[in-house]
Design a protein around this ligand. Structure first.
Ligand code: FMN
Length: 301
């Protein structure tokens, strides 16, 4: 049982969304009976310290982008000092970090986007795997959850598996169980909740958007200087920036100095015609901003 492995009452885990899943949101999901994961994202020591403090000793975990952690391994020691109950690793080789995480007493959760990535993750002997479908908001791969999830189940019949990607209500939860999941990892639905660090105007856009309005793209990674992750793109709401540059990444690189400056200026003034809002196809199912406890209540029995 996933609840036994993770020490929770309800089989729902908050995705560690960088800049969105702060300590208050993670604590709220844990208090509601699920497990909240703070989103360490690309890694910033002060941010990690502040968000653990905001979790106010609630039982929470943390998630890292593994490639960023490989560049700043000391961030793992910093996080482990706060005694997270779980550490989730995505995008990159988890094996170099697995032993240290296990020794700390935290459960290791590895998010995978394909069978090849799942095979590598299994070598790290995770406690839990997350099968992430391409429907997901934020970074991810090409495989759709409907086929990937049962295939990961068959590959690792003894591992508890969380389904991720496009799950935003009870129907998605129940479908995931039928396909072999033990529970769900949910991002986009929680990004539009009261406790999320998402900018208020971005939450409104998520409520108004539908899944047709999302696109998997690298343009936001290119402009922010985070690109170069082979096979990984980010699902975001379409806006003027994606209309201008998606498919024209080479031209964007040529004008990088000017474009990066104006991108960050737009992000600073929360102009989401230009700035990024990561969101998955599940935005179809989000039509109001709710407290996290209510989202958990609606998602799982
Ligand atoms: C706003 C946002 C930011 C995200 N940031 C991260 C991240 O920093 N690290 C990570 O492993 N996954 C990140 N993800 C992906 C989630 O881990 C998860 O796979 C996804 O949210 C599940 O799909 P859903 O958004 O449809 O619920 C992010 C997702 C969103 C929506």
């Amino acid at each position: 049982m996933i609840t036994g492995v993770l020490g929770i009452q309800k089989p729902v885990v908050l995705a560690p969304m960088g800049f969105v899943s702060g300590g208050a949101l993670a604590a709220a999901v844990s208090r509601a009976g699920g497990l909240g994961l703070i989103g360490a994202g690309y890694g910033d020591a002060d941010w990690i310290r502040r968000e653990f403090q905001r979790a106010e000793n609630e039982r929470v975990g943390i998630g890292f982008i593994t490639w960023s952690l490989a560049r700043q391994p000391a961030l793992l020691d910093l996080a482990l000092a706060y005694k997270p109950c779980a550490v989730m690793l995505s995008f990159g080789d988890p094996r170099p970090f697995a032993e240290k995480i296990r020794r700390s007493g935290a459960k290791l959760i590895c998010q995978v986007q394909s069978l090849a990535i799942a095979r590598q993750a299994l070598e790290a002997q995770p406690d839990v795997l997350v099968a992430q479908g391409t429907e997901a908001g934020g970074h991810g791969g090409e495989r759709s959850l409907f086929a990937l999830l049962p295939a990961v189940r068959d590959l690792a019949p003894d591992k508890p598996i969380l389904a991720a990607g496009g799950i935003a209500d009870r129907r998605g939860y129940e479908a995931a169980l039928v396909l072999g999941a033990a529970g769900v990892l949910v991002g986009t639905r929680f990004s539009a909740c009261d406790e999320a660090l998402t900018a208020p105007r971005a939450k409104e856009r998520i409520v108004q958007a539908n899944g047709d309005a999302t696109v998997r793209t690298t343009v936001f990674d290119v402009v922010r200087g985070f690109d170069g992750w082979s096979g990984i793109t980010g699902r975001a709401l379409r806006n003027k920036f994606t209309e201008t540059w998606h498919g024209r990444e080479a031209a964007l690189r040529e004008r990088m100095d000017a474009e990066r400056k104006s991108y960050y200026a737009a992000a600073e003034r929360q102009d989401f015609d230009t700035a990024l809002i990561f969101a998955g196809e599940g935005v179809d199912l989000i039509d109001e901003i709710l407290p996290a406890v209510e989202i958990v209540r609606r998602l799982v029995p």
